[in-house]
Design a protein around this ligand. Structure first.
Ligand code: NAD
Length: 268
């Protein structure tokens, strides 16, 4: 099989569930050794590690709250202790705490910004420190000295009533990614983002679990189906591999056309 991440070492945050689990599984099949970060989903993370081992891959589970600086540093230390180097970070952990704006508490605002935005800052900073300490690209298994893929959302461009904290966090991620990419390209570190549309995971269960909800959701998706974690995983493999070696600071929308103003269809 084609193994575009052969010999590479990757941390995927929030990999106990949903998109992160799909990426971890796909990365292992693509040849990477994978650190499977989780916050509360220890059993799910351990089960995924075992699944990857059964398929002949390499993985470890890494418990850490990505919004906690000390826990993030300990997680990178544990990963490097196990695998010796780092080539790829997928900063994927994210949460929603939804509320009409007038009712949103400061705690809801802070928690979503802490996990979705500060968590990506903390993980990206540890990854960059590791990439820089590892030195020249020629020593590593890929052309770049390191790759970072940040999980954003179509809500980095589509406003989302009732989700001001989430949309603000993802707008922040989009600009964090571009700035890091601009700053770090000369160090041969590539930073890019994926903005998924509606992907079938626990985070948005109420948007697809009944037929009525699914129909409302499908009206927003020109391609006519809800996305699966594997759709995002394929994009992540590409952005993490040498196939995208000249791709720096871009956001790849994996959304079945959700960002194409679908309400304008048929209004010509
Ligand atoms: P999910 O709820 O299935 O997974 C979220 C993951 O983040 C879990 O593994 C969880 O343990 C982890 N997590 C939560 N808080 C954490 C913390 N403090 N520290 C470490 N890990 C933590 O949801 P998902 O849909 O797989 O979401 C993954 C990412 O994709 C998120 O950033 C989300 O915003 C983004 N996203 C999802 C969709 C979608 O439609 N599902 C669309 C756009 C963007």
């Amino acid at each position: 099989a084609h193994r575009p991440l052969s010999g590479q070492k990757a941390i995927v945050t929030g990999a106990s569930s949903g998109i992160g689990a799909g990426i971890a599984r796909a990365f292992a099949r693509a040849g990477a050794a994978v650190g499977i970060n989780y916050r509360s989903g220890r059993d799910a993370a351990e089960a995924l590690v075992e699944e990857i081992f059964r398929e002949g891959g390499e993985a470890i589970a890494l418990g850490a709250d990505v919004s906690d600086e000390a826990q993030v540093q300990a997680m990178f230390g544990a990963f490097l202790g196990a695998f010796g180097r780092l080539d790829i970070l997928v900063a994927n952990s994210g949460i929603q705490q939804d509320a009409p704006f007038a009712e949103m508490t400061a705690a809801q605002w802070r928690r979503v910004i802490d996990v979705n935005l500060t968590g990506q800052f903390l993980c990206a900073r540890e990854a960059v420190r590791t990439f820089l300490a590892q030195g020249a690209a020629s020593d590593g298994p890929s052309r770049a000295a390191g790759k970072i893929v940040c999980m954003s959302s179509v809500h980095d461009v589509i406003p989302w009533a009732g989700h001001a904290n989430y949309a603000a966090s993802k707008g922040g991620v989009a600009m964090l990614v571009k700035t890091l990419a601009q700053e770090l390209a000369e160090k041969r570190i590539r930073v890019n983002a994926i903005s998924p549309g509606a992907i079938r995971t626990p985070i948005n269960r109420e948007a697809w679990e009944t037929a009525e909800a699914e129909a409302r959701l499908l009206a927003l998706i020109p391609y006519g189906r809800i996305g699966e974690p594997e759709d995002v995983a394929e994009a992540a493999i590409w952005l993490a591999s040498d196939a995208s070696d000249y791709v720096v600071g871009t956001t790849l929308y994996v959304d079945g056309g959700m960002t194409l103003y679908p309400a304008f269809r048929g209004n010509g």
